[in-house]
Design a protein around this ligand. Structure first.
Ligand SMILES: Cc1cc2nc3c(=O)[nH]c(=O)nc-3n(C[C@H](O)[C@H](O)[C@H](O)COP(=O)(O)O)c2cc1C
Length: 366
């Protein structure tokens, strides 16, 4: 199938492919900038930007970590990430991913608007007020991530009633994706909740809202043929996360990439998370220690996500999500938490972003 260019709000992508936002520190300037330059949508993760350039922008630390929400979601570092990404991709459309469940969502969202995002993608919760924070930025396209037609209906209804806006596109994320899931453990394994069975109702819901809302399928999509399969079911394109980690340009440290290359299918699990949803990652020694309640101490220095209730949920599940994801971003194999999609074991080598996009657009042999 020949892919065509696609519009998201006022922005046009050469290829209907979104690189999923990956925090902490996996999709920052290099990955997002290179993907956007190559004609897909590069997406900067706005999570834990205080860790950019080894905390160079953090003015207040405790135990060597960004102190509190303001430092963890660091405005100056976010601006620098966009500046560095723009050096790579120029004026090509560039996205930001801001999780709804974070503390300070409105401020972090606005930081991304001011830093130069063209498209903002929000998951982990229903972003009912997203248009309010974008009111001064009419050119910025707004894209919620949903896991059901009902979620899309609720969001679109509220946006239309309150803000006279509708989503510019939608990402439908199924339960094979990396990181946090929009489902319970049981649903993740239930055939009814697999992406193949979710796509048609979500596409129908998008059509009922307006003619031109593209739906991007996400979660476990690996090849050109996978994208085609979901397009035949009604999707307009795909959002892909894990496969982009295995690129030379990805901002993840080499240890993360090597861990993925070495990992087997049986190493990939759904884990408990202080965010309250199951999260897919690699079983490492950290997870063994956490299971025995012998993980690193939980101090809640960075005060990162609302559902954790300032460390209450972290203590319940046995680890701090901000500290463990940022240790992964800094390449610490012993204490880092390494997220991956369910197909992460298929990675056997690193390639360039350009080669990956060629494979996705034209097939594996290109
Ligand atoms: C390491 C990692 C970190 C992620 N972080 C985020 C995030 O911060 N925000 C988000 O919306 N999705 C996040 N995701 C999900 C991806 O953006 C993407 O939608 C998902 O991984 C798609 O499934 P795939 O990895 O099988 O392609 C993350 C995924 C991975 C693997």
């Amino acid at each position: 199938m020949q892919f065509k260019e696609i519009k998201i709000g006022r922005h046009t992508l050469k290829y209907p492919i979104i690189q999923g936002g990956m925090g902490v520190g996996i999709s920052w300037s290099q990955l997002a900038g290179t993907v956007s330059l190559a004609g897909a949508l590069g997406v900067v993760s706005a999570i834990g930007t205080g860790y950019y350039h080894h905390r160079a922008f953090v003015s207040k630390q405790q135990f060597g970590r960004p102190d509190n929400t303001e430092q963890f979601y660091n405005r100056e570092a976010t601006f620098q990430i966009f500046k560095d990404a723009r050096k790579i991709c120029g004026n090509a459309p560039l996205g930001a991913n801001v999780l709804h469940a974070i503390n300070d969502y409105a401020r972090v969202f606005r930081d991304c608007c001011e830093a130069g995002a063209d498209i903002i993608i929000t998951g982990a919760g229903l972003p009912m007020n997203m248009p309010e924070y974008a009111a001064d930025f009419p050119d910025i396209a707004l894209v919620p991530i949903v896991s059901s037609a009902k979620a899309l209906r609720l969001i679109a209804k509220r946006w239309e009633q309150r803000y006279k806006r509708i989503p510019d596109a939608v990402v439908l994320e199924g339960p094979l994706s990396g990181g946090h899931q929009g489902f319970t453990y049981e649903q993740c394994l239930d055939p009814d909740y697999q992406l193949e069975n979710l796509i048609k109702p979500v596409v129908a819901e998008a059509k009922a809202i307006a003619d031109n809302i593209p739906v991007f399928a996400a979660g476990g999509i690996w090849t050109h043929d996978d994208i085609v399969k979901f397009m035949e079911l009604g999707a307009s394109g795909a959002q892909i996360g894990t496969r982009f980690i295995a690129t030379h340009e990805c901002d993840a440290p080499q240890t993360f990439k090597e861990l993925l290359i070495a990992c087997k299918e049986s190493d990939i699990e759904l884990l408990h998370s202080p965010v309250g949803y199951p999260a897919r990652g690699i079983r490492t020694n950290l997870i063994n220690l956490v299971d025995k309640r012998q993980g690193p101490s939980i101090r809640c220095v960075s005060n990162c996500v609302t559902p954790c209730k300032r460390g209450v949920e972290a203590r319940a599940v046995g680890y701090c999500i901000a500290d463990r994801l940022s240790d992964a971003a800094e390449g610490n194999l012993e204490t880092g938490l390494f997220f991956t999609g369910s197909n992460g074991y298929r990675i056997d080598r690193l390639i360039s972003v350009n080669d990956l996009i060629k494979k996705l657009v034209y097939g594996e042999d290109s």
